[in-house]
Ligand binder design. Sequence first.
Ligand SMILES: Nc1ncnc2c1ncn2[C@@H]1O[C@H](COP(=O)(O)OP(=O)(O)O)[C@@H](O)[C@H]1O
Ligand SMILES: Cc1cn([C@H]2C[C@H](O)[C@@H](COP(=O)(O)O)O2)c(=O)[nH]c1=O
Ligand SMILES: [Zn+2]
Length: 286
Amino acid sequence: MFGVSMRTLISPSLAPFSLHLPKPSLFSTALRFSSLTTSTISINNRSPTNSPPSAISTRKLQTKATAVTSSQPLSFSTPGEIHVIVGPMFSGKTTTLLRRILAERETGKQIAIIKSNKDTRYCTESIVTHDGEKFPCWPLPDLSSFKERFGFDDYENRLDVIGIDEAQFFGDLYEFCREAADKEGKTVIVAGLDGDFKRRRFGSVLDLIPIADTVTKLASRCEVCGKRALFTMRKTEEKETELIGGAEVYMPVCRSHYVCGQSVLETARAVLDSSSNKHDVVASLL
Ligand SMILES: Nc1ncnc2c1ncn2[C@@H]1O[C@H](COP(=O)(O)OP(=O)(O)O)[C@@H](O)[C@H]1O
Ligand SMILES: Cc1cn([C@H]2C[C@H](O)[C@@H](COP(=O)(O)O)O2)c(=O)[nH]c1=O
Ligand SMILES: [Zn+2]
């Protein structure tokens, strides 16, 4: 949806950067586009032999913009894309990520999936949906270690699409995605929780929105009433933000049941607190 409207704003007949520059300016004089043809296939200066032939043939034809300085031409690398999938637990984020990644692979792209190694719920070496679908992945403590583990040469020359699951657990998410898409021409598909059990922003998933091509917010079904569920309720007493778990700890809920669930939990806590205080008082009297 966002992707479509972004594309219609910039008509193919208009050169990038020409939209808001009605008159020649210092900037536009310094920056001349040496080539605006759609026939240039330039992927991070890769030679065609470095990429799988199918990846070359199925890639979008790119417009190449070259800044011309007085002495030396400066080439921008071909930009990639960032797609963000958010929603509460059990809303199908991992399933959607897997579908999109497999669709990319069908077109001949080279793909890799990374997940946080904090999530040890089902299997460490695979991403696993709540319905049991599996796919091998790279379980990592942070994203900055990926290039080295994957191999710098393979990363630069042979990898097209990177999937990231459980994105809320990666502290370096923003930097990694920005560099991969802006500078390295990768398509990055990110799935993660936008909010935690208190509906606060979770990690830096939301920071990606200003640099994303598309954002998809999924919904689950409220476990109480069956309506659309946009929030995740924690059923246990733990207060820390990060707490790995599945249906034994969390449930998807609609707005009404989130709000009334919070007040039920608060009342239950107050009752527990006051009764434990009473016990303390009684114990101190004995
Ligand atoms: N309360 C629930 N407990 C367990 N599984 C659920 C629950 N609600 C939905 N599911 C299943 O989980 C699937 C989504 O799984 P998944 O893609 O792993 O979601 P997410 O990554 O958003 O947590 C749904 O299609 C549904 O079949
Ligand atoms: C709401 C919430 C969740 N978590 C944890 C629980 C799970 O291990 C993952 C989310 O997994 P899913 O693929 O979206 O089902 O995050 C957490 O640590 N803190 C929270 O507040
Ligand atoms: Zn509900």
